[in-house]
Design a protein around this ligand. Structure first.
Ligand code: LMR
Length: 402
């Protein structure tokens, strides 16, 4: 037993610590390229027009109240989220083998899924990409997994996917290992497998009897198209694999603090659905009893109403702004003659770019230019705007030249 007086300080959570350092900085030219949140070209958070409209409509709907939701959440939400992920006509849905559970954003979905796999089904080993989102490890360990392992993913020298390393590590994984896969817009590298590469990955996962656990935090953000960004998940499901997928609606609906998520469960056999649902009900009941209403209601209202479902337009607005900042930054670095190749800035997709800047260069950017980014060199492209892009490019150039 450890007394409260002998408690050691926990390590800071880098992304929140860097974000706070930015907020505390009073320098007029400061730039925040840290936490993964969308910003407009004015550097402001954006409430999507369709979300604003839906919130007003819900506020005036006197049939709504603040009663508890069911343990597994709003059915209208979880079924719409599952259809958005798989496509409404996916065989897993049509055959009644897929369902969703509303969760506390993507992190909550990871937690519910991981806890279910560890505690109900006895899975112990999980693999995450090297590098990955820093929270995957903690969520899985806290859920009852005991064997954390990494698979190779990023080839830092060539700034590309290390497919051979990835496949080799999967080949060596013990049966029943859970493999965390980023559905699209890999965080932090922004580098996704191609369709052909996904096919090879699925092949090994199937042969080796591994369990795919997708994390889909950016559907729509990578390409601006919901369908395109769900390709890998849909492909795996179409191979008949049993799998789960954690979905976040933080980014694609801009609902960061509403904690709207879903875990889609895809089974091989329809008859397993009812018992699996009942066990998941106990997992959730013992964790937070039932989810909050507001965000899930917004997403359900939008996804179930074809007229409101101009959501895609807002997704495209966000995706296109990111794409133009990517090409703008690359062009500027090339024009300045910044040593190194910068093609990866436009070949990577989604919210983040893995710049290849070293920890010392990152420190230099923070201390001398008030540009805040993660030690790994990851930058949130949404923090770049037409107002600060020249400043950021010049700062990177001067830092690399040192
Ligand atoms: C990020 O990667 O910056 C976001 O997903 C925020 C977080 O919780 O880490």
């Amino acid at each position: 037993m450890c007394g409260i007086n002998s408690m050691k300080l926990g390590p800071p959570i880098e992304v929140f610590a860097v974000n706070k350092a930015y907020l505390d900085d009073t320098h007029p030219d400061k730039v925040n390229l840290s936490i993964g949140a969308y910003r407009t070209d004015e550097g402001k958070p954006w409430v999507l027009p369709v979300v604003r409209k839906t919130e007003l409509q819900l506020a005036n709907d006197e049939t709504l109240n603040h009663e508890y939701l069911p343990v597994l959440g709003l059915e209208a939400f979880s079924s719409a989220a599952t259809s958005m992920l798989l496509g409404a006509d996916h065989s897993a849905i049509l055959e009644g083998r897929a369902f969703g559970v509303q969760t506390l954003s993507g992190t909550g979905a990871l937690r519910v899924g991981a806890e279910f796999l560890a505690r109900q089904l006895g899975y112990k080993t999980f693999y995450f990409s090297q590098p990955t989102w820093e929270n995957h490890r903690l969520v899985f360990l806290n859920s009852g997994f005991t064997e954390p392992r990494e698979y190779r993913y990023w080839d830092a020298n060539n700034r590309t996917l290390d497919l051979n390393g990835f496949l080799e590590d999967l080949q060596g994984a013990p049966e029943n290992s859970v493999i965390i896969l980023h559905a699209c817009a890999h965080n932090p590298t922004g580098c996704d497998p191609t369709h052909e590469q996904w096919e090879k990955i699925a092949q090994v996962i199937e042969e080796k009897k591994l369990f795919p656990f997708f994390d889909s935090a950016y559907q729509g953000f990578a390409s601006g198209e919901l369908e395109k960004d769900a390709w890998a998940v849909r492909y795996f499901a179409s191979r008949g694999l049993e799998m789960v997928c954690a979905q976040s609606f933080a980014k694609n609906f801009g609902l960061y603090n509403e904690r709207v998520g879903n875990i889609t469960v895809i089974l091989k056999d329809k008859q397993d659905l009812i018992p699996v649902k009942s066990q998941l009900t106990l997992t959730v009941r013992g964790m937070y009893s039932n989810p909050p209403n507001h965000g899930g209601r917004i997403v359900a209202t939008v996804l179930n109403n074809p007229q409101l479902y101009d959501e895609k337009e807002s997704i495209r607005t966000m995706a296109n702004r990111i794409l133009s900042m990517r090409s703008g930054l690359k062009e500027r670095l090339q024009r300045l003659g910044t040593p190194g190749t910068w093609d990866h800035i436009t070949s990577q997709i989604g919210m983040f770019s893995y710049t290849g800047l070293s920890p010392r260069q990152v420190e230099h950017l923070v201390n001398n230019y008030h540009i805040y980014l993660l030690k790994s060199g990851r930058i949130n492209m949404c923090g770049i705007s037409t107002k600060n892009i020249d400043y950021v490019a010049k700062a990177i150039n001067e830092t690399v030249l040192l």
